[in-house]
Design a protein around this ligand. Structure first.
Ligand code: ADP
Length: 529
């Protein structure tokens, strides 16, 4: 028998912490995963933005370099008389931002411009030529190998931004420099709109100069994820910025979802722990009840055995004919009657209680005189009270009218209370039984002069199988079902049962019944415990 509780206890001690730890670990892992997913999302947004910025910048550089290549394929250094003639034919279509192409003889000490081809020749070409010779050549990487490589110069001169492409050619031992002058205005007004002006719901683009002034495009709002990239080879002083406009909404949606996920995970953890707590409480209650039940079985067996052995012992004595004294014989017979009565009461109590437990307690209500019921019940206890030398006072309200109640049940309740008073208050001189009107019902009260009930016991002694501290202290026999039965009977009559401290000492057990409508007369009522 001891193996089972031990196993249950082991399960509780090991399983519960394991389940709680498992729930906490699972919750922790889910929380961590959620954070990692968020980081991954951020990373992927950054990567996508970067990719977009690279792709947009590369497209512009390709456009410019394509034009330089187109110029290069049309320029003929040897026949410099027709320099640029071929280019001029294709210029508007293939090189829309090239404003002029110049050829400089690098082998000459003066580095003179030996040929020019311009889209719209004018004074600006002359100014550019002067700037080129005086300042730009100085800033170009003319001696860096390979000299024939296409290079770019993106600089500001006299407050104006210039972009020129240049590369060298050799002819019969002389070095020539081909320079293409790109019109920055044309780049801003033709190429940028063509490349970056297409409305895009996902991203926004702008181009800023070295000082951060916007050259093209709208200002980009701060709160959003913006990445910038320098143009690597051509307009290298400028920077392209890209903002993922959808990133903010995406981030908000993801963080909303994360909060929801966390709340759900937290809730599921709470539900598991609450469920576990409920199961543990229920198991503890069940264990307590099963202990109480085993105590009950032991108590009842003991209660049955003692009177039975007394009946048998005195019965055998009388049968043997060895008792010749009349007074003794009467005394033995009284003991037998008294113990048989106790046995009967106990068995009746157990049977009534069993019916209550199974939900089959049937109460038969009928019009009854309350005084008669009280007198019958107290009469049943009078002999025992006299034996114990305790006075039994009975007081019934004279104005009480007949009531609709189960007479036998009320008698059982009163007998139980008087029996308890005799058991637990033998030192008292008097037990008072009364039935008084209270509102539309009656209050039955049994008061003794015994030890009273400790405050902490007052409520729980009405629970089934529960025995109070007095029972153990005074080693009084009992089964712990008497008061539970009284409570059940009171509740079946619409009332309740309780205990009050007696004055000046002892205790008063009270149960009330309410008057029921006469229509319920004689109808058996099933009351469930
Ligand atoms: P039992 O008497 O068989 O133990 P009951 O349900 O009748 O079971 O009573 C429950 C407990 O209430 C008792 O064990 C006892 O501790 C306490 N009790 C009942 N009546 C009295 C009383 N008159 N005086 C002191 N304690 C009492």
């Amino acid at each position: 028998m001891a193996v089972r509780p031990q196993r249950e206890r082991a399960l509780t001690f090991f399983l519960v912490p394991i389940i709680v730890v498992a729930v906490l670990v699972l919750d922790g892992v889910t929380f961590r995963n959620s954070f990692q997913l968020e980081k991954l999302r951020e990373q992927s947004v950054i990567e996508a933005t970067l990719l977009l910025a690279n792709e947009r910048a590369d497209r512009l550089e390709k456009r410019i370099i394509d034009q330089d290549t187109a110029v290069g394929s049309t320029i003929d250094v040897i026949h410099r008389d027709q320099f640029g003639a071929e280019w001029a034919a294709v210029a508007p279509l293939q090189t829309p931002t090239v404003r002029a192409v110049l050829l400089i003889d690098l082998s000459s000490p003066y580095r003179e411009v030996v040929a020019v081809a311009s889209r719209s020749p004018g004074p600006e070409d002359l100014a550019f030529r002067r700037l080129l010779i005086r300042s730009m050549l100085r800033d170009m990487k003319l001696d860096e190998e390979p000299r024939t490589q296409l290079r770019h110069l993106h600089e500001s001169y006299e407050g104006t931004s210039y972009l020129v492409s240049y590369w060298q050619r050799e002819d019969r031992g002389r070095r020539y420099l081909v320079v293409t002058w790109h019109d920055i205005g044309a780049i801003i007004h033709k190429i940028f709109p063509a490349l970056y002006g297409v409305p895009d719901r996902q991203s926004r683009v702008n181009v800023v100069d070295a000082e951060g002034r916007i050259v093209y495009g709208p200002p980009l709002s701060r709160g959003q994820l913006t990445l910038g990239r320098q143009f690597e080879t051509t307009l290298y002083k400028w920077r392209l910025n890209v903002t993922m406009t959808a990133a903010k909404e995406l981030a908000a949606a993801v963080s909303r979802r994360r909060v929801l996920e966390m709340v759900l995970v937290g809730l599921s953890g709470l539900v598991v722990i609450a469920g576990l707590a409920v199961v543990l409480v229920a198991a503890a209650r069940e264990r307590k009840l099963s202990n109480l039940k085993s105590d009950f079985v032991a108590n009842v067996s003991h209660e049955l055995k003692t009177p039975l052995s007394l009946v048998r012992m005195f019965g055998e004595l009388l049968c043997s004919g060895r008792v010749d004294n009349d007074a003794k014989r009467r005394q033995y017979l009284q003991i037998i009657v008294h113990e048989a009565e106790r046995l009967g009461n106990l068995i009746e109590n157990v049977l009534d209680f069993a019916k209550v437990e199974r939900g089959k307690a049937a109460y038969v209500f009928a019009q009854a005189d309350v005084a008669d019921v009280v007198l019958r019940a107290t009469e049943a206890c009078r002999v025992r009270a006299a034996d114990e030398q305790i006075e039994l006072d009975v007081a019934v309200d004279r104005e009480l009218r007949p009531m609709n109640l189960d007479e036998r049940a009320i008698e059982v309740a009163i007998i139980n209370l008087v029996d308890n008073a005799l058991k637990y208050a033998p030192e008292g001189k008097r037990i008072r039984v009364s039935a008084m009107r209270s509102g539309s019902g009656v209050e039955f009260r049994v008061s003794d002069e015994g030890p009273g009930i400790p405050v902490e016991d007052r409520k729980r002694i009405f629970d089934r199988f529960v025995r109070g501290s007095q029972a153990a202290e005074r080693r009084v026999r009992g089964s712990g079902i008497g008061l539970a039965l009284v409570k059940h009977i009171a509740e079946a009559h619409g009332g309740e049962a309780w205990v009050e401290p007696g004055a000046p000492r002892g205790s008063s057990f009270v149960f009330s019944v309410r008057s029921r409508p006469a229509s319920a007369e004689s109808a058996p009522t099933e009351a469930h415990a």
